[in-house]
Design a protein around this ligand. Structure first.
Ligand code: DX5
Ligand code: ZN
Length: 229
């Protein structure tokens, strides 16, 4: 399946929960992916961190490639790194379906988004809570997705920033109907409904899945709240 087809498939499932693999058990990656597939997830969110743009260091191309070999689910790759532009082709080649760059870390945003689309991948633009909305609005036409960070990028397990809700609502109004709006950070059973009501399509969830005993129960509960919102 091509990245475009996977994106179409994912759009048909929105609004939906995307597990962030940051906190998964990497000693059992295949088993973790099967557990998530069995729980019915619609895609996976992969957090690439370079230890420079953000203080945390996670993984890069080899893990994205490994995940691609283990699943047909859409892969939503969140690039928290400097000079992401130089690696877009490589992240596309290892199987990314959506690639999101940070507006704060990208010198030529229009060029980066154009490159992503040129690679046949969905283009995403992320902004941190402290970054102004005006820094992303000029690029909405070139975005398939805008990622509203509801915590400062870098670590899982942080508390949700309420201002994200206003941002989601304003993007819903300003962006075209095809624009996907994603929210990431501190999304859990107390915050998820409000994100959906504000207009979010993709709800990224880390600790509220991976720190729970049963991923299946956690995902069912969150998906239930999404459907009711
Ligand atoms: C944070 C990452 C998130 C993170 C979410 O910088 O982009 O994807 O894993 O984790 P929780 O849901 O625990 O905030
Ligand atoms: Zn993320």
């Amino acid at each position: 399946m091509s990245a475009r087809e996977r994106l179409r498939q994912l759009k048909g499932e929105c609004p939906c929960v995307l597990p962030s693999m940051l906190m998964c058990d990497f000693t059992n990656l295949e088993r973790e992916i099967r557990r998530l597939e069995d729980a019915g997830v619609k895609g996976l969110h992969l957090d690439v961190m370079d230890g420079q743009f953000v203080p945390n260091f996670t993984y890069g191309l080899t893990i994205v490639e490994a995940v691609r070999k283990l699943t047909d689910l859409p892969l939503d790759v969140h690039l928290m790194m400097n000079r992401a532009e130089e690696y877009l082709k490589s992240f596309a080649e290892v199987g990314s379906d959506i690639m999101t760059v940070h507006v704060e870390a990208t010198s030529d945003v229009a060029d980066a988004l154009g490159k992503i689309r040129g690679l046949g991948v969905a283009s995403g633009l992320a902004l941190n809570p402290s970054t102004s909305m005006e820094s992303v609005t000029p690029y909405l036409d070139q975005c398939d997705l805008v990622l509203v960070m509801s915590v400062p990028a870098g670590f899982g397990g942080q508390s949700f920033h309420e201002e994200a809700l206003t941002r989601i609502a304003s993007l819903r109004e300003q962006g075209g109907k095809d624009l996907l709006i994603e929210v990431d950070g501190g999304v859990n059973s107390s915050t998820i409904s409000r994100c959906v009501t504000a207009g979010a399509d993709l709800l990224v969830v880390g600790s509220a899945i991976f720190r729970q005993e049963s991923y299946q129960d956690a995902i069912r509960n969150l998906e239930g709240l999404v459907q009711q919102a």
